[in-house]
Design a protein around this ligand. Structure first.
Ligand code: ZN
Length: 420
């Protein structure tokens, strides 16, 4: 049972029976807290075997509300064909083709529960598609602010889901400013508007935490030695860590924890920079540019929580270049049969680096999160992969590694924002 919301900075408590944003005192992220002792007495992990294979199988540790669901969660944990102790958690099989389905299913469930009518979101792309879908399923309005150069799939899906879309010349941080400006205007609350920005409402983390429950359940209630997670806003990382703490309190796992690894794009790596400098919060990353659109988050709102988790778990933050990411996307497709989102493929780049430098040993069980389907990035991948010449193609497949093509100038917006 959900008992209260708690500020992750100052510990201030807020009632969970009405919409809440961030802490009114210090802007800290609010976490949902449960009466875990009672849940422990009334529910055991053994009972999960009988539940439906969606994230709502964990509803004992989710807010009690009628779910808005499209069948999200309980995605496959695939054993890597290349590395014996590596698993790929394939979030591309979620509704709307990305892990964003989990957080938005939970957030829209609670929004409908509270009688909110209009939901606003700044998004790097996939969260927009997910909000649009769940808002449609709930009969609510979705107001979406995303960069003009998001992958085509994100624009088209939002349009078809009937969302109100504003394309912004800029990045997610510029979109967030637009939403914040609207919030200042008086009509915001009066008209039942609500901002479902990453970590600026408490329930997206609750949806994302189910990834942590699934990792444990799918590995037979054993913790892996590492989890590699592409980190934009970082909600999944926060959610999984929260899930581990809850599961320990429930007696489902012990005190062991995986090393949590954040991978970012070299073109937008605020968490990596802060980590390397030993700082407890990130600075705004200027001129963010990467084809992994989900990683174009110049300053995650929950940065202090992400960095704290990396530290507590003895993890690390590292980056991958766009060229490494595209190469890894192709490698996973060809060797694993998984057509991953570029953000997900960045995990493979990170894993290789962490094996090379001895951070992970071959026997360590490591879970790599493919956060979405490559099918949502067709235009991005098509524009970025040089094809072999036809005559060379006839000579067989050994034409060398595909190189990144020159970036199409048409995708530069106003000369300020890099396209990828
Ligand atoms: Zn606070």
């Amino acid at each position: 049972m959900l008992t209260h919301l708690e500020c992750t900075r100052c510990g201030e408590r807020y009632p969970p029976n009405r919409p809440q944003s961030v802490c009114q005192k210090d802007g800290g992220v609010l976490y949902a807290r449960y009466d875990l002792a009672t849940i422990k007495r009334n529910f055991s992990s053994a009972r999960l075997a009988l539940r439906a294979p969606t994230m709502w199988r964990y509803d004992a540790i989710l807010p009690a509300a009628d779910p808005v669901t499209l069948g999200e969660g309980f995605t496959p944990m695939l054993a890597s064909r290349e590395y014996p102790n590596v698993y790929i958690k394939d979030e591309g099989l979620n509704p709307t083709g990305s892990f964003k389905a989990r957080g938005l299913a939970a957030a829209v469930t609670m929004a409908r529960h509270f009688g909110l009518k209009k939901l606003a979101i700044p998004s790097a792309g996939n969260a927009a598609g997910a909000l649009a879908a769940y808002a449609a399923a709930a009969g609510l309005e979705a107001h979406i602010f995303m960069p003009r150069d998001v992958p085509m799939a994100n624009r088209i899906e939002c349009d078809y889901y009937g969302a109100h879309v504003t394309l912004v010349d800029g990045l997610i941080s510029d979109c967030a400013r637009k939403v914040a400006d609207m919030k200042k205007e008086s009509f915001w609350d009066k008209d039942g508007w609500f901002d479902v920005s990453t970590t600026k409402e408490p329930y997206r983390v609750e949806g994302k935490k189910t990834m942590g429950y699934e990792v444990a359940e799918q590995l037979g209630w054993r913790m892996p030695q590492g989890i590699i997670y592409p980190t934009g806003g970082g909600v999944g990382l926060l959610g999984m860590w929260k899930a581990f703490e809850e599961m320990e309190a429930l007696g489902w796992i012990g005190s062991e924890r995986p090393k949590m690894i954040s991978v970012q794009s070299a073109g937008c790596a605020p968490v990596v920079k802060a980590w390397e400098e030993g700082k407890s919060s990130a600075e705004m990353w200027n001129n963010a540019e990467t084809l992994a659109s989900g990683l174009r988050v110049p300053k995650p709102y929950g940065d202090y929580l992400i960095l704290d988790i990396l530290k507590k778990s003895l993890g690390v933050a590292l980056s991958a270049t766009d060229e490494e990411i595209v190469d890894a996307t192709r490698h996973w497709a060809k060797f694993e049969g998984i057509f991953a989102a570029p953000e997900g493929a960045a995990c493979l780049v990170a894993y290789r680096k962490l094996r090379d430098n001895g951070f992970f040993r071959p026997e360590d069980v490591v879970v790599l999160f493919n956060t979405g389907s490559g099918l949502k990035y067709l235009d991005v991948l098509d524009a970025n992969v040089a094809r072999p010449h036809p005559e060379r193609e006839l000579q067989g497949p050994s034409v060398g590694k595909p190189a990144l093509a020159a970036k199409p100038a048409a995708r530069h917006i106003g000369g300020i924002i890099g396209p990828y």
